[in-house]
Design a protein around this ligand. Structure first.
Ligand code: DQA
Length: 152
């Protein structure tokens, strides 16, 4: 289906490949986006990529996403753990959200073991590195297709 899906990446995810590769892997964000683009083509979906290190820019982007996207995939990085502003923005636009993390945040430092995104997400994938993104993308497509079938 011609779903319009947005993939948002938060702070420091532009450093993937360089940043703590033992935790986050060797792929760059461009590598990940390339893989998701291939999946999107296979699914006949449109994909939009956005990355920012700035909370307010992510809030602006989410607000502007209203009416443009069927689903938001988001790895908000460290902001996942404390940004009430991103939580509120996602709630305000009323677009289904799928949360992504490369690492298993629940097996790491205690300050990473809370997510303010999870309570409003339809689901999430964490701990599988780049595969978390691919699984999240495919889950979003299945989720949207299931909703469409429900309406038929
Ligand atoms: C992360 C986990 C966060 O705790 C961290 O701040 C990140 C990446 C992940 O993908 O595993 O930047 O979201």
């Amino acid at each position: 289906m011609n779903w319009r899906i947005s993939l948002i990446n938060g702070p420091n995810l532009n450093m993937l490949g360089i940043r703590e590769p033992e935790i986050y892997g060797k792929s760059s964000l461009a590598d990940i986006e390339k893989e998701i683009k291939i999946l999107a083509q296979q699914q006949g979906a449109e994909i939009d990529f956005f990355q920012s290190n700035h909370e307010g820019k992510i809030v602006d982007y989410i607000q502007e996403a209203r009416g443009h996207f069927n689903c938001i995939l988001i790895n908000a990085g460290a902001l996942s753990h404390y940004s009430i502003a991103i939580h509120d923005a996602l709630k305000a636009v009323n677009i289904p959200v799928v949360e992504i993390h490369l690492s298993n945040i629940y097996a790491r430092e205690s300050f990473r073991q809370q997510s303010l995104i999870s309570p409003l997400a339809v689901g999430g994938v964490f701990g599988f590195g780049v595969l978390s993104y691919k699984m999240a993308f495919l889950a979003a497509c299945e989720f949207l297709a299931a909703g469409q079938k429900g309406k038929e």
